[in-house]
Design a protein around this ligand. Sequence first.
Ligand code: SAM
Length: 288
Amino acid sequence: MGSQVTESVTPNDEMAENYDVIASWFLTDWHEAPRDQVAGFMQRIWEEHSPPVNKVLELCYGPGLTLRELVRRGYGVTGLDASPTQLELAKQRLGRSAQVRLVEAGLPAIPLEEQFDAVVCAGGAFTYVPNSTVLLQAFQAVHRVLRPGGTFIFDLFSEALMQRCFEYTEDAPRGINLESRGLTFFLACHRPAAKDSYDLTFVQFLRNDATQTYTRSSAVHRVHTRPQERVTDLAVQAGFRRVQVFDNYRHQPSGPETLYETYVAVKPGGPPARPEASSGRAAHPPRP
Ligand SMILES: C[S@@+](CC[C@H](N)C(=O)[O-])C[C@H]1O[C@@H](n2cnc3c(N)ncnc32)[C@H](O)[C@@H]1O
C-alpha cells in the first residue's frame, strides 16, 4: 500500500524555528538565491518601472527573510501567510517596525481591499499550489490587489531543480548536522504517482540539552512543477501582460538549467516600462 500525503498549507511549520539554518543549506547546496539578491532583483525591476514602488505585498513570507530585506530597503510591506507559527517568527525577526503589517490568511484568498504597487512571492511558495485552478485563483487575487502598471514577481521550482533533487536524494537522503544548534536535518525526494509532482520528505532531530534527548519531527511537502508556458497562460488569463521569466533572481533569461524560475508579470494600465526592463525570456508575447 502506498503512503498517503495530506497537503498542508503550513508544511514548513515543523522546521520554522530552524528555517534560517536550513535556508542557508538551501543557498549553498541547492543554489537558492540569498534574500538580499532576491530583494535587489525586485528593487531593480521596480526601478525600471514608473511610478515608484512604495507599497509592497509579500505573499507566503514564511519566517520573514525576504520581508526583512524589503524593509531594509525602505519599502512599506504587508505580509500574508497562512501560518500563525511563521507569523510569530517573522514578528521576532523584524522587531517592532512601523513599516510592516502581517496578515494571517490562506491563498488563493487575499482578504485585503487596498491596492499595492507590487506583489511578490519568494522561496518557491507557489510550487506548493496543488493545481492550475487554484493557481489561477491566486493570480486573479493578486491582479485585484495590484494597481494598474503594478508588478508581480514570484518564483517556482523548475523541473530541472526537482530532477536534480530527486536524483541526488533518491537512494540516500541528504542532510546537515549542526552540533552547535543540536540539529540534524535530512531531505529526501520521491516521485509520487501524481504527474509533475514530487514529495520532499524533511526529517528533523532536535536536541533538548536539558534532558539530552532528541525530538524527531517530519513533514512531507508535495510540490508541483509546471511548464513555463502553462504558468504564463494562467497569468495572462488572470489579466497580466508582458510575462517574463528570469533565472533565479538574476537579470538573465531562464534556460534549461534554471533551477528557480523567476517570473515578472505586469498588470496593464500603467505608464510604459523603460526599455531596459525587458532582459528576461518573454515566455508569452504581449497581446495586441
Ligand atoms: C518556503 S516558505 C516561504 C519562504 C519565504 N517566502 C522566504 O523568502 O524565505 C513557504 C510559506 O508559504 C506559506 N504558505 C503555503 N501555502 C500557503 C497558502 N495557501 N496561503 C498562505 N500561505 C501559504 C507557508 O506557511 C510558509 O510560510
